[in-house]
Write a protein that binds this ligand. Structure first.
Ligand code: ZN
Length: 135
């Protein structure tokens, strides 16, 4: 692999990543509307959860379907068609996600994983969030 194509790839990936922050913003806005306080990306916790509710010991991950290999249409099909280059990366992400979730639960945390494809219905999202956060 030559240097130029590596750089082009990483620039491309950065662009894709920034698009993928939109699901997280959707969740943050919903949590904010519900009136819960949270911290973002706590690096001292396994997997650096996207939203952390410290006193409640609850953590939320917001996963882009493609990069985290969701079994939905967007995740599964995308991963298959790109199995050559991105496949191993997606597989690593999935492993890391599973381990982070496991470690958090072991440490007494409750974990909610929200997928990009779950976020189209705002009312349903708020309901899920309030069940998780109040429960
Ligand atoms: Zn999905």
């Amino acid at each position: 692999m030559d240097k130029l194509s590596t750089e082009a790839r990483s620039a491309n990936m950065k662009a894709i990543r920034s698009v993928n922050t939109r699901p997280e913003m959707t969740v943050r806005r919903a949590v904010h509307r519900l009136g819960f306080r949270y911290r973002l990306h706590r690096r001292d916790l396994p997997g650096t959860p996207d939203l952390v509710f410290g006193p409640r010991q609850k953590a939320i991950f917001v996963h882009g379907c493609y990069w985290h290999g969701h079994g939905c249409k967007r995740g599964g099909k995308g991963a298959k068609s790109n199995a050559g280059y991105w496949g191993p990366k997606i597989a690593r992400n999935k492993e890391r996600d599973a381990k982070a979730e496991f470690d958090l639960r072991e440490a007494g945390w409750q974990v909610l994983v929200l997928w990009e494809c779950d976020l189209s219905d705002n009312d349903a999202l708020e309901l899920r969030l309030s069940h998780f956060l109040m429960g």
